[in-house]
Design a protein around this ligand. Structure first.
Ligand code: PMP
Length: 993
């Protein structure tokens, strides 16, 4: 058959090529090479319908729609006989680039917005198009979609039957308004196989085409949007936001009226209902084709789920289009403004002089654990200020820790943090008055811990009769017991009294006061997701005016990220780099998580400095305790110095026993160079390539990662680089015999170079497991062989354990243990102070004595009393909380998960690590091991969008660097692996693999 049509196209269009048949419900479609599409219409297809499409495509020729390729006779289509002798219409289109929407990932918010814009622009252009073929009655004409009512009997399942009936009822309510709208040509079938998308790792996804005008008809334009929306929301994890983005994009190009916006949701559902009823009918016609029913699955799943709150959706879409939540929103706000000052006082006294107390992420340190507000904290929150005082509106707080505030199962899942009412702190028993005439809308007693206790919602009206609502929470349930729903309440009338802690949900006595422009149900959220603040603040606006207060006084403003960024640019050097193009600002932390200024939680899988976790209470306590006493230096005696030194030495093998305390890893490495020189009498150092040891002049000289970087100072004569022992990318690879020895033998050449320049060896320094070099685990036997050569040549062996020390590796407390080597000098930094600036050098008595022959050694802050107590506490916590064991268990789980991902994705070249020191070598080509530099950048940034912090490293910047705090838990690893699976999947797909 294909050959037959190949010949026809050759004859009629002069086009030749490889034909591949595409899916199609009725017609035959072929792709010719990657340049053209041939459409062979079904037997009996009306010429008018093909003419309609050709004319429309011609009309839209400047848009990303396929162009019609005229035949050699200059005609848009030709009619010719098929093999059976029936007339068939043939036409040829140019092929467009891109994957279908169904196949393409990721469907970013911006892509959905662009889809909305594209549809809007196309529909705009179609306003000027007309054709007799548009005016047809058929099953996909959405305004006539209620034809399905006659076929409802086919839906045997009672629940499903009800769902469709409900959709039909909703449609009946809008039908008259829909029919009153003007009609125009619309595409009418923008489903996920008719949208084409292009994108790559570096080009953000873009709509490359809309295809298949076969269902075009005349209908109100909102139908086109609703149909596209039906497919966009189907499998989307967050259908509301997807719908908002689509509608926002459309509206920005093709403005919709509020009435049209309100129709989108019922029309979207009607389209899905038509689709499922239609396929149920088809299934009866083709009982042997299981695909017909399977394809209904996602539509049914969506229609039956309660993912989207239908009462809120119209309001959301209106706000997305820059309108108020309903028709009266604007006038209500205006009326409230005009009447500010005239409302009865909600409590017995004016509030305008009351102090304000912030519970914000920025201002408050409560709760101590942002994942678990304790009853004690709840009972005292906000009452540091005695007497009456006010809280802020739209303030992000970390106090909402119950699972109900989470939108997903993980600690880093989106969370409702922003308080969308105003708190007025006052003694229990304080009476609450209605600010204006009202009827009682709801009275409840919410008995759960940290809920509202007594709750009242009142309904009010503006002068012009527009309804709005006020909510009063944390009331004494007895005081509201007499209120009845529907009861009239006069302005100023007492409606309740503030509850005691034992019956107000467990909080310090206060009134939660909130205004709503719509009363969805009594479950008004009191706190909302910061990413949806724009919408919720339109629905629950600042209630200050009803309290006779200036709104600005109550509106919370978090520290401005933009402002801090601008100031930073002005105040700091430009080579002080920020992570991420859109940087993050963190104000709080707890264990393995950090919180930004809006209280958004991030899972920290990158920072190894907070070794025992962010904001550890024992570190807080020990530091505060010491600062209350005194903080001085090592010129004076203090037991803490000895305790800390003894503790460190207890982890180290003999003869490593003498400690020097400094302020940083850099200072420690700098000192280690001096020690090596004092001991050896030499200056020259041998070190692996791509290493990093610190930011001081001496450290930069031995850090190829810096001196060889763009703009770096270049190599010094006394520094001799050897190839890093990377058994994945280096010259000797995993699986070969004796590679540890082979890499160690590279030292010989360096020693020869030293002799050749008449230099003298001071020593060898290496990060035990090279970190910035790409999270490399050297082959076993490497370090002992190197150390042997160095010592033979009179040099000192320095192990930089800044990254690898203190149990991170799980199986080992230090990296050199894995190698079975004992260094002469060990350098510790970063994690040893858990964020407090602290570095330690430990060496042998012999080396320390050689150094002591020189001038006095003193570091003002090194080994301060505060530092010693902090460092000791870190080590004690590692032991008390069994963090090395945790590193082992979590690391094993993590690595096993990553190995599974490696099997699944060919872009994962190598997975390596010990415990919580992990690297993922990402590749653009698995065979050639071509480094995936852009890929790693993509993955790192996408992980961040899912609120997981991760880094990239290595000479090609293609290694994902993973080193979470040692407190990381099972569920954190589950979350990282889940997200990584998704991100690797989309990255691989974007690479066309
Ligand atoms: N050594 C290694 C292995 C490091 O990773 C670092 C810091 N990244 C340093 C030394 C320097 O430590 P600091 O920044 O505390 O001076």
């Amino acid at each position: 058959m294909t050959k037959y049509w190949q010949q026809a196209v050759r004859d009629l269009w002069g086009i030749d090529g490889r034909f591949r048949q595409l899916d199609g419900e009725y017609d035959l479609n072929f792709r010719i090479d990657s340049t053209h599409i041939l459409k062979v219409m079904r037997d009996g297809c009306q010429t008018e319908l093909v003419d309609l499409q050709c004319c429309a495509l011609n009309h839209l020729r400047t848009f990303s729609l396929p162009l019609v390729v005229p035949s050699q006779k200059g005609r848009p289509f030709e009619i010719c006989k098929d093999e059976k002798g029936c007339d068939r219409i043939l036409w040829v289109l140019e092929n467009l680039d891109g994957k279908t929407w169904a196949e393409f990932k990721p469907k970013t918010r911006n892509l959905i917005l662009k889809l909305g814009e594209t549809i809007g622009a196309m529909d705009n252009a179609l306003t000027g198009f007309d054709h007799s073929g548009l005016y047809r009655e058929f099953k996909w004409h959405l305004p006539s979609g209620d034809w399905i009512a006659d076929n409802l009997g086919m839906i045997a399942d009672a629940t499903r039957h009800k769902v469709i009936q409900h959709i039909l009822d909703d449609f009946a309510e809008i039908k008259a308004d829909l029919n009153a709208l003007p009609t125009q040509a619309i595409h009418n079938d923008i489903n996920d196989y008719n949208i084409l998308v292009t994108g790559s790792l570096h080009d953000s996804p873009a709509i490359s085409g809309i295809i298949d005008l076969g269902d075009m008809c005349a209908a109100p334009v909102v139908c086109d949007l609703a149909i596209a929306a039906a497919y966009v929301v189907l499998d989307h994890p967050n259908p509301e936001s997807a719908l908002e983005d689509l509608v926002k994009g459309f509206h920005s190009v093709y403005p919709l009226s509020p009435k049209e916006i309100d129709m989108i949701w019922p029309l979207l559902r009607l389209r899905l209902a038509v689709s499922v009823v239609n396929s149920t009918m088809m299934a009866q016609e083709k009982p042997d084709d299981p695909y017909v029913l399977i394809s209904q699955g996602p539509a049914w799943a969506f229609l039956e789920s309660r993912k989207v709150n239908p009462d809120l959706i119209a309001a959301r879409l209106r706000v997305a289009c820059g309108l108020g939540v309903n028709d009266s929103a604007k006038s209500i706000m205006q009326w409230l403004d005009e009447n500010c000052g005239c409302f009865a006082q909600v409590l017995c006294q004016p509030l305008d002089t009351l102090p304000r107390v912030s519970l914000s992420v920025a201002e408050s340190t409560l709760p101590q654990n942002p994942f678990d507000l304790t009853p004690g904290e709840a009972a005292t929150l906000g009452v540091e200020t005695q007497g009456f005082h006010l809280g802020y509106y739209a303030e992000p707080r970390l106090i909402y820790t119950d699972k109900a505030f989470y939108k997903g199962p993980f600690k880093a899942s989106n969370r409702r943090t922003v308080h969308i009412g105003v708190d007025i702190f006052a003694p229990a028993g304080t009476r609450v008055h209605a600010p204006l005439n009202a009827t009682v809308e709801a009275v409840e007693n919410r008995k759960d811990n940290l809920d509202y206790g007594g709750l009242v919602i009142l309904r009010h009206e503006t002068g012009k009769g527009a309804p709005f609502f006020t909510l009063y929470g944390h009331l004494n349930p007895e005081s509201v017991g007499a209120l009845i729903v529907g009861q009239f309440v006069e302005k100023g009338q007492v409606i309740a009294a503030l509850g005691e802690q034992q019956h107000n949900g467990g909080w310090a006595p206060h009134l939660h006061f909130q205004t709503g422009l719509i009363n969805i149900d009594p479950n008004w959220p009191g706190a909302v997701d910061p990413d949806e603040l724009n919408f919720w603040s339109m629905l629950y606006p600042n209630p200050a005016t009803i309290l006779n207060l200036d709104g600005e006084r109550l509106a919370y403003q978090p520290p401005s990220k933009v402002g801090v960024l601008a100031e930073r640019k002005a105040r700091f050097g430009q080579n002080l780099k920020l992570t991420y193009t859109d940087p993050v600002m963190f104000l709080r932390g707890w264990k393995t998580h950090l919180f930004d200024e809006w209280g958004r939680p991030f899972l920290d899988s990158y920072n190894n400095v907070p070794h025992v976790g962010h904001a550890h209470p024992r570190i807080q306590a020990v530091a505060a305790d010491q600062l209350q006493r005194m903080n001085s230096n090592t010129r004076y005696l203090h037991p803490a110095q000895i305790a800390f030194a003894e503790k460190i030495a207890s982890y180290l093998p003999e003869p490593l026993s003498v400690c020097f305390f400094v302020n940083s890893g850099s200072e420690a490495n700098e000192l280690s160079l001096r020690l090596a020189r004092a001991q050896s009498g030499g200056k020259d150092m041998i070190t692996p390539d791509h290493g990093y040891h610190g930011n001081t002049t001496g450290c930069i000289d031995i850090s190829a990662y810096k001196f060889n970087a763009k703009g770096g100072v270049g190599p010094s004569k006394w520094v001799h680089l050897i190839e890093v022992a990377d058994d994945y990318r280096g010259r000797f690879r995993r699986g070969e015999a004796d590679i540890g020895q082979k890499y160690a033998d590279l030292v010989d050449e360096a020693l020869a170079n030293i002799s050749a320049r008449d230099g003298k060896l001071a020593g060898f320094i290496a990060e035990t497991f090279p970190s910035v070099g790409g999270q490399i685990i050297p082959p076993k036997g490497y370090l002992p062989a190197v150390y042997e050569k160095i010592r033979k040549a009179g040099g000192v062996c320095i192990a930089d354990e800044v990254q690898t020390g203190l149990g991170r590796l799980g199986d080992y407390f230090f990296g050199f243990e894995q190698q079975g080597a004992v260094p002469d000098i060990v350098v510790l930094g970063k994690p040893i102070g858990n964020g407090h600036p602290l570095g330690v050098v430990v060496t042998t008595k012999q080396i320390a004595d050689s150094f002591a022959k020189g001038p006095e050694f003193f570091s003002t802050f090194g080994g301060s009393t505060l530092s010693c107590r902090t460092g000791l506490e870190v080590l004690n916590i590692v032991e008390d909380e069994h963090l090395q064991k945790n590193a082992k268990q979590m690391g094993d789980k993590f690595l096993a998960g990553l190995h599974s991902l490696q099997e699944k994705y060919e872009i994962v070249g190598d997975v390596r690590g010990y415990g919580l020191f992990i690297g993922l070598d990402l590749v653009a080509n698995l065979q050639t091991r071509e480094p995936g530099t852009v890929l790693a950048d993509y993955v790192k940034n996408r992980m961040r969008e899912h609120r997981i912090l991760m880094g990239s490293e290595g000479p090609y910047d293609n290694i994902l660097k993973i080193r979470p705090p040692m407190t990381v838990e099972n569920e954190d690893i589950d979350y990282i692996l889940e997200v990584m699976d998704k991100v690797l999947d989309e990255a691989q797909s974007l690479m066309g693999l």
